[in-house]
Design a protein around this ligand. Structure first.
Ligand code: PLP
Length: 192
C-alpha cells in the first residue's frame, strides 16, 4: 500500500518537512501549480502523480512533469497524451479515472466505458496500470470502492487509487494500492 501525499496548496516549508520525513510519492491537482512547486527541487527518487483532471492543451506539460497520470478519462485525452509522449520520448504510466457515482459535474469515464477506453489507450501506446475514483461526498464510499476493485480485477489491472482523508481505512479494506491523503497529513487546507 502506497501513501500518496496530496500537496496541493501546501507551502514550501510543508514540502521541505515531508521530504525530510522520507515521503517520496506526491499527488498534485493542477499542472501549473505543480510545475511551480517542483521546478527548483531535486526530484531524483520522487514520484509525482497527477490526480486532478487534465485539459488536452496541458498534455505536453503534464507528460514532462508527471510520472503517473491518474485522471485519464476520455479518448481525446488519450490522443493528446500519446502525441505528447511521442514528442517527449517519455511515457507516463496512467490510471483511468472512473466516475463511479455518475455525477455529471465530475470527471471520469462511466464504468461501462472503461473497457473500450482501456483498449483505445493501449492501442495508442499508453501504459494503463489501474483505476482511480473519487466517490460522491454524500455516499457510503464502500459502494464505490467495491465496484471499482471488481472492475480492475475483471480487466486485470493491478493498481487501485482510492481513499482520501475521510475514507481511506474503508478503501484499504476494499483493496486500495494507493491512498491519496492531504488533510490527514497537513491539516485543513485554506480554501480559496
Ligand atoms: C484534494 C484531493 C485529495 C486529498 O483530499 P483530503 O481529503 O485532503 O485527503 C485526494 N484526491 C484528490 C483527487 C484530491 O483532489
Amino acid at each position: 500500500m502506497t501513501l500518496t501525499a496530496v500537496v496541493k496548496t501546501q507551502p514550501p516549508a510543508a514540502i521541505d518537512a515531508i521530504l525530510a520525513a522520507g515521503q517520496a510519492v506526491f499527488g498534485e491537482n493542477r499542472v501549473q501549480e505543480a510545475q511551480a512547486r517542483w521546478a527548483d527541487r531535486d526530484r531524483a527518487g520522487l514520484e509525482l502523480r497527477l490526480i486532478g483532471s487534465l485539459q488536452t492543451n496541458k498534455a505536453e506539460a503534464a507528460v514532462a512533469l508527471f510520472d503517473v497520470i491518474e485522471t485519464l478519462d476520455r479518448a481525446r485525452l488519450v490522443e493528446a497524451l500519446a502525441r505528447a509522449a511521442d514528442r517527449a520520448g517519455r511515457t507516463p504510466r496512467c490510471l483511468i479515472q472512473v466516475n463511479t457515482g455518475r455525477e455529471p459535474q465530475k470527471a471520469g469515464a462511466a464504468p461501462e466505458a472503461v473497457p473500450a477506453l482501456l483498449d483505445t489507450a493501449r492501442a495508442a501506446g499508453l501504459t494503463v496500470e489501474g483505476l482511480m475514483c473519487i466517490p460522491p461526498a454524500e455516499d457510503d464510499p464502500v459502494a464505490h470502492f467495491r465496484p471499482l476493485a471488481a472492475l480492475a480485477r475483471d480487466l486485470g489491472l493491478p493498481i487501485l487509487s482510492m481513499g482520501m482523508s475521510g475514507d481511506y481505512p474503508a478503501a484499504i479494506a476494499c483493496g486500495a494500492t494507493h491512498v491519496r491523503l492531504g488533510t490527514a497529513l497537513f491539516g485543513e487546507r485554506n480554501r480559496p
